[in-house]
Ligand binder design. Structure first.
Ligand code: AR6
Length: 172
């Protein structure tokens, strides 16, 4: 698999000047803690105002807004699955999050997209499984979409980054 357009970095996703950043949201799309809280704080109240017009989003699907005060042009909001042990379709739903976000990004002309580690915070999705699903879903999408130039996983901490680094190595 050619993974040259996938990168793993450690950092704060709210600081990234890319076409779109992804928000690990909840189904209300009305904000929360973790990366969701950080994105809303950095984007300013206009982001919440636009989110109110969207009337929520199903788990595994995605909706797009403007980035307002963020350096990113768009925010793509996706509610990841809560981990309930793996028997409730969590793996397919997580793959669907990545695919739905990339589909929206491509439809909106984005060439650079940054993801946080969806569902591995308060939603407790196991990191090893989540990292493998993320990089394999992104790689499969990139294969079909040469117009996307670069997709990054922006990991907040070194432990998370180590899992994504390993998952990407396994793929190559
Ligand atoms: N930049 C990049 N990654 C970050 C940042 C940041 N600024 N802040 C946190 N992370 P979580 P989830 C990482 O809990 O598990 C919210 O309340 C964090 O270290 O934010 O999908 C929503 O409203 C972890 O690795 O998202 C939902 O209710 C990753 O982002 C719920 O949490 C995801 O952790 C979603 O839970």
């Amino acid at each position: 698999m050619n993974t040259s357009r996938i990168e793993i970095i450690q950092g704060d996703i709210t600081k990234q000047a890319v076409d779109a950043i992804v928000n690990a949201a909840n189904t209300s799309l009305l904000g929360g803690g973790g990366v969701d809280g950080a994105i809303h704080r950095a984007a300013g109240p206009e982001l919440l105002a636009e989110c109110r017009t969207l009337h929520g989003c199903r788990t595994g699907e995605a909706k797009i807004t403007k980035g307002y005060r963020l350096p990113a042009r768009f925010v793509i909001h996706t509610p990841g699955p809560v981990w309930h042990g793996g028997g409730s379709g969590e793996e397919a739903l997580l793959a669907s999050c990545y695919k739905s976000c990339l589909t929206l990004a491509a439809e909106n002309g984005c060439k650079t997209v940054d993801f946080p580690s969806i569902s591995t915070g308060v939603y407790h999705f196991p990191l090893e499984k989540a990292s493998r699903i993320a990089v394999s879903t992104i790689a499969a999408f990139l294969k079909e979409h040469p117009e996307l130039e670069r997709v990054r996983m922006v990991c907040f901490d070194g432990r998370t980054k180590a899992f994504y680094d390993r998952a990407l190595e396994e793929l190559t």
